[in-house]
Every structure is written in structure tokens, then in C-alpha cells.
Design a protein around this ligand. Structure first.
Ligand code: NAI
Length: 249
């Protein structure tokens, strides 16, 4: 039987109290990894960690980690080091949108999205990578978006961060390859989560017309791609983008 066994691995998923991040955390736990669940609300993170731990018999811990705040990221990561010594797998999932047409977009709308989606990713990755370098093993997966490749009306800020992650992924992959650390990106299309629940029915139907597989994605569809990239089956893949979008791009 072919299976993915991450039982000797420690993983951290940013923004994992709901949506795609939670599905990723659950699937990594199913593959027997130890998982740190993180979110802005510590009690919620602990609750989700307890649920996943109890349901799957996995070792999990929940911590507050606000991606818009470098000090919060550093504090959370030092707790992880205290508990488990570091992580082997980092999934940079947390992301926000502040959609507005460009002419109405304020500098604050721009900076807020960059702070969480790009700067936060830079800060947590620079902390997590140190232990990976020592161990000469690591997996970093960045969650981008199809709009980073296609662009989208009202998302100049968000799309810039999601294509920015491509440069981040490809450059870091080259820097870390000799240490057996892979850096890849998963670019989801339209996935049913809180982020897309706010879109109007008309807009949803419009998107659906452009999805050859004829349905929106589920968080689990994205989690499967992430698990593959973290597994031994992807050990010769780095700097790559895996599109998970039902064929829309
Ligand atoms: P969501 O809104 O349901 O979840 C986002 C997660 O990020 C939540 O857990 C939230 O608490 C967390 N988060 C937000 N701000 C944070 C902060 N300052 N610090 C720490 N955590 C924070 O969204 P969803 O859909 O699960 O998105 C996950 C990732 O997937 C995001 O990076 C998003 O851009 C990306 N994505 C989502 C798509 C979709 O159709 N849902 C499509 C393409 C990409």
C-alpha cells in the first residue's frame, strides 16, 4: 500500500482555525504529523487544536499568531521552539482581502494586505527556516491564488501579494535547495470558504461558468495538494506551482 507518513515531522500552518488552513492542518495530522494550529484568537486556536487532536489522535497545539504583527509571530514561534524545538513543515496559508477598485484603494488597504500576505510570510519563514537548515530537511508551502496569475478587478492589492509569493517561492527555493529544503506554492481557484461566502450569487454563477470541472473547490482539494508537496513523493520538486482550480486557469 502506498501511504504518506509524516510521523516524525512537526508542522505549523498559519491561519488554521478555519477554511483551507484548517483542512491542511487536519490532513497533515491524518498523516501523523504533529501540528501547530495558529490564528489571531488563542482560545479559538486551542479549541481547534483540541478538536483535531481528539478526532484524529494527533499531537496538536493551538497558539495565537497574528500575521500582521512581527512581535506576535516571534512570540508564537519561540513557544513552538520551546515545545518542539522548531518545525519541519511550514504552510503559509493565512491571507486577507481588502477588495476595492484601484481608484478607491487607499494606501492603508494596500499596506494591510501586504503586511499579512507578504511581510508576515517573510517573518514566519525566516524564523522557521533556521531549524530546517540545521536538520537539512524542510518543506515550505505558500498558498497563493489563481488571481495572482490572472489578475482580478478590485484586487490589485491582493493579486500583487499572490504573484509576489511566486517570486518569494522561486527565489527561496533556489537558496535553500542545497540544504534539502523545498519551497513550493499552491494556487487555489475558487474554494468554498468564509473568504468566498461573501460574494454575491450572480458573481458565483459567473465564476462557475469558467470552471471546466463544473464545481467550486473544497478546502480538502487544496489540502491534498499541500500534503503531496510535503511528502516524500515530492522530494524532487521545488520552486514549483501547483494550480488547484478545476481547470479554470
Ligand atoms: P478564510 O478567510 O476562511 O481563512 C483565512 C485564515 O487566515 C483564517 O484562519 C484567518 O483567521 C486567518 N487570518 C487572517 N488574518 C490573519 C492574521 N492577521 N493573522 C493570522 N491569521 C490570519 O480564507 P481561506 O479561503 O481559507 O483562505 C486561506 C488562504 O487561501 C488565503 O491565503 C487565501 O488568500 C487563499 N486562497 C483562497 C481562495 C478561496 O477561494 N477561498 C482562493 C485562492 C486563494
Amino acid at each position: 500500500m502506498v501511504s504518506i507518513d509524516l510521523s516524525d515531522k512537526r508542522a505549523l500552518v498559519t491561519g488554521s482555525t478555519r477554511g483551507i488552513g484548517r483542512a491542511v492542518a487536519e490532513l497533515l495530522a491524518r498523516a501523523s504529523a504533529k501540528v501547530v494550529i495558529t490564528g489571531r484568537d488563542e482560545l479559538r486556536a486551542q479549541e481547534v487544536a483540541r478538536e483535531i487532536g481528539a478526532n484524529l489522535g494527533a499531537e496538536t497545539v493551538g497558539l495565537a499568531l497574528d500575521m500582521s504583527n512581527a512581535d506576535s509571530i516571534k512570540q508564537a514561534y519561540s513557544k513552538v521552539e520551546g515545545l518542539w524545538g522548531g518545525v519541519d513543515i511550514l504552510v503559509n496559508n493565512a491571507g486577507i482581502t481588502r477588495d476595492k477598485l484601484f481608484l478607491r484603494m487607499s494606501l492603508e488597504d494596500w499596506e494591510e494586505v501586504l503586511r499579512v500576505n507578504l511581510t508576515g510570510t517573510f517573518v514566519i519563514t525566516s524564523l522557521a527556516v533556521k531549524g530546517m537548515l540545521k536538520n537539512r530537511w524542510g518543506r515550505i508551502v505558500n498558498i497563493s491564488s489563481v488571481v495572482g496569475f490572472t489578475g482580478n478587478v478590485g484586487q490589485v492589492n491582493y493579486a500583487s501579494t499572490k504573484s509576489g509569493l511566486l517570486g518569494f517561492t522561486k527565489s527561496l527555493a533556489k537558496e535553500l535547495a542545497t540544504r534539502n529544503i523545498t519551497v513550493n506554492m499552491v494556487a487555489p481557484g475558487f474554494i468554498e470558504t468564509d473568504m468566498t461566502a461573501v460574494l454575491s450569487e450572480d458573481l458565483r454563477q459567473e465564476y462557475l461558468k469558467n470552471i471546466p470541472l463544473g464545481r467550486f473547490g473544497k478546502p480538502e482539494d487544496v489540502a491534498g495538494a499541500v500534503l503531496f508537496l510535503c511528502s516524500e513523493y515530492a522530494s524532487y520538486i521545488t520552486g514549483e506551482v501547483l494550480h488547484v482550480n478545476g481547470g479554470m486557469y
